[in-house]
Structure formats: C-alpha cells, structure tokens
Ligand binder design. Structure first.
Ligand SMILES: [Zn+2]
Length: 212
C-alpha cells in the first residue's frame, strides 16, 4: 500500500463490503476512516436505506446470552482471531469472519455486523475498546475455540458451549433450526466450531478431522 490514492481506494472498497453487510455509518467510519456523510453519499443514496436503531454499546451481553447467541459469537470471534493471526487487517478480518458466520448458520442472522464489530473490538482491544476484555480459549474436550472474559481459567474437562450444543442438538428444535447440519463452509476452515459439530453429527461423513 504505497500511495494515498491506494489507501483511499482500499478504504472505499472496505466500506462498500461493510455497507453491503448492513453496517451503520458510524461503524463504517470507525473501521475505514471515511466520514459518515461521505459513506452515506457513496453507498446510501436513498436516505431511507441507512441502517437505523441503537448501536450495541458493550460486549457484556455475551456473558448473559443464550447458548445459540454465544455460539454465533464464538464462530465470529474465533474466525476473526485466526485471520488476525494470519496477518490480515482488522477490517478485512471482520468482514471475512462475518461472512464465515453467515455461511455456518441459517438466516435470519441473529448477530448483526455492528454487534460483530462490537465483539471483535473487545477481543482485540481496538476501535470501541481501549484494551481486550474478551479472549479466545480452546476447549480441551472438543478443541473448539470459544470466547471468555480475559483471565478466565476453565477447569480441565469442563464442557464448553460447543460441547453443550452438540449434546443438546438432537433434543432442541431451536438449535436444529439455527444451524444447518451441512453448513456451507470451506472444509479447510477447521477452526469453526460448527465443523466439529458436523463431525459429531455425522461421524465418518468427512475425511478431514479438525485437529487444531
Ligand atoms: Zn468443547
């Protein structure tokens, strides 16, 4: 990324993807640096199409959310962290993690792009957050990655929310209605907890076993 022009084009491109995913003007502004008014004139020529409503103001909701919402959050958070570790920018990682989430679940999407933005801010200590207050842990039983408050120590062998989800899948219609048994996801993306769920539901159905 050499010139100012390159950086500007890049920011516009990010903004376009974010707008398509339903992000608010302020969210797009915080991620790309483009002024809300300009975002509006570029991507929301019809003012009635601007996303409205209150923005989520903290990540506290995660701790009190139900199993399905927390699973959704973990799919986004784990994917985001994985992409950040691979060297992608925060903006790119958010967009790709949100798309992975959409591919692994069934609409209507319970977590909005703005909510995902809020969540990863607190995982990374950027944008809305001064420091990280959420971290990604790996379950010792199923290897899925899940979100926990920074400093959380889980006793070995304690079931994570993916363990619970798999356990309840067959008896809980809400869970069945929330996730496809064959999620449309890239099989190389073994970090997604849903893939582990798929394996447990269909043992031997796929050749690859998630092992990281
Ligand atoms: Zn687990």
């Amino acid at each position: 990324m050499s010139t100012r022009g390159d950086r500007h084009l890049w920011a516009i491109q990010l903004a376009k993807h974010l707008a398509a995913l339903g992000a608010r003007l302020k969210t797009i502004h915080l991620i790309t640096g483009i002024q809300p008014r300009q975002v509006q004139s570029l991507f929301f020529p019809d003012a009635r199409s601007i996303p409205r409503g209150r923005a989520p103001d903290s990540a506290e909701w995660y701790h009190g959310a139900n199993l399905i919402l927390r699973t959704d959050a973990c799919i986004i958070g784990a994917k985001y962290k994985q992409l950040r570790n691979q060297g992608l920018t925060a903006g790119e990682s958010l967009i790709l993690a949100y798309r992975s989430y959409q591919a692994a679940t069934l609409p209507p999407y319970r977590i909005s792009l703005d909510r995902a933005f809020n969540l990863v801010s607190y995982i990374d200590g950027i944008w809305l957050a001064r420091e990280p207050t959420l971290s990604i842990l790996t379950c010792s039983a199923c290897n899925c990655e899940f979100i926990a408050a920074v400093g959380t120590v889980t006793p070995p062998g304690e079931a994570c929310l993916f363990c619970k989800l798999v356990e309840r899948f067959h008896v809980d219609h809400r869970i069945q209605a929330s996730y496809p048994v064959h999620p449309v996801i890239d099989m190389a993306e073994h970090q997604l907890g849903m893939l582990a769920l798929l394996h447990k539901l269909n043992p031997g159905a796929e050749g690859n076993t998630p092992n990281e």
